[in-house]
Design a protein around this ligand. Sequence first.
Ligand SMILES: *Cc1c(COP(=O)(O)O)cnc(C)c1O
Length: 421
Amino acid sequence: MKSSQTWFAEAKKLIPGGVNSPVRACLNVGCDPLFIASAKGGHITTVDGAEMVDFVESWGPMLLGHAHPEVTRAIVEAAPLGTSYGAPCPAEVELARMIVDAFPAMEMVRMVNSGTEATMSALRLARGVTGRDKVIKFIGCYHGHADPFLASAGSGVATLSIPGTPGVPECTVQDTLLAPYNELEGVEELFGKYAGEIAAVIVEPAAGNMGLVPPAEGFLEGLRRLCTANGSLLIFDEVITGFRAAYGGMQTRCGIEPDLTTLGKIIGGGLPVGAYGGKAEYMRRISPSGDVYQAGTLSGNPLAMAAGLATLSLLKKSDYAALEARVERFSRDLEDIFREKGVAVKIHRLASMFTIFFTDGEIKNFADVKKCDAEAYAAFFRKMRENGIFIAPSAFETAMVSFAHTEEDFARTLEAARRSL
Ligand SMILES: *Cc1c(COP(=O)(O)O)cnc(C)c1O
C-alpha cells in the first residue's frame, strides 16, 4: 500500500493543502497528516499500518466508536433501497421524532447536511422571526464556516492565525457582534448599544472549539434572561454537545431552554447530517409552511437517516454517567503524569470530552486559551502520535472519548503520555 507520505504528496497537487478541511493538515502541530485506511471502535489504522487509539473520533460524531456493527448494518441495509429520493421517506420522520423526544425545547426540527448549514439556517430563521439583523457571537466559539460567523477567530481560523478570512464581504459580518465567552458584561453592553436590533445570541453552551471551556456559573442563565428581556432568540449550537454532554444535550444537562438548537456530528452517526429546531411557532416560519426559505437536495438523506437512527437508538440505552466517570478517572490519571513530569497543564472535562491546556492559569475564554503553550502541545502531539495515540492536531480542540474506548486503550494512552513527556 502507498504510504501516507506518498498520498499526501499526491493530495497536495489535487486538493488545496492536501485536505478537505484545514485542521487535518496538521500545520498547527508541525507535521504531515497520516492517511487513514480504516477505523474500528476506539482505534484508527493508517495506510502505513499503524493502529492508534483515536481521541479525535471524526471531531465528535463517533460517540459509539468507529464502525459500530449496528450502525454499519443500518447503512448496509438502507443502501440497496436507494441512496437519495428527493421526496420524503419514513426514516426522516423517525429521526425527527427521536430528536424531538430527546430535546424538550425542540418541538419541530429540519434536517440539513452539516453543522454549518444548521447554524446558518437557524440564524436566518431568527432574523426572519424577529425582523432584526444583528447577532451576538462569542469569540472562540465556532459555528461552521458560513459568512456571518467568520467575523472572528474560530477553531481552524484561530489556530491558523488568519484574522477573519478573505472572501467574506464586510457587509455579511457587519451585523455580527462579538463578545468574550463566559462574560455577561459584554453581552449586556451590546444589548444596550443595539437595543431592538439584535435577532439572536448564538452560543456553544459548552465551548468545544477553543478547547473545552464549560460555561461559568450563571452565564447561560444570564443569556436566557437577556434574550427574553430583549425579544431576541437564544440559539444553542449543540453540534458537538448534542447527544454528548447528555443524551438531551447541554440544555438538558443544565436545564436551560434555548429558542433554537442546532445539531450535527453525532446525529448522522458518521454520515453528513445537521439539523436545527425549536419552538413550533418559530419552526413553522420555515418554508413551505412559512416564508423563511431553506432547502436541500440531499437533506434527510435515507442513508444518513438510517445511520442516525441506529446511532441514537443505541445511545438512548447507553450509560452516559458510567462513561463520564471513566473519562474523569482516566483524565485525572493523565493529569497525574503531567504533574509527575513537572509539566504545568490544566485539564477541563465534561461528559466524554476533555482538553489538556498547557498552562498554569485559569481558562474561561478565548483570551485565556491564547496564552497556552501551543508549541509544547505540538511537541506532545507529535510524540503521542509516534507512540500510537491520535489526539487533536491543534492545541485548541477537544478530545473525544467514545463508548468503545476500553480500559486497555486508556492504559495504553497513559503509558504513551509517560513516554512522550
Ligand atoms: C463542527 C461544528 C459546526 C460545523 O459543523 P460542520 O458539520 O463541520 O459544518 C458548527 N458548530 C459547532 C459547535 C461545531 O463544533
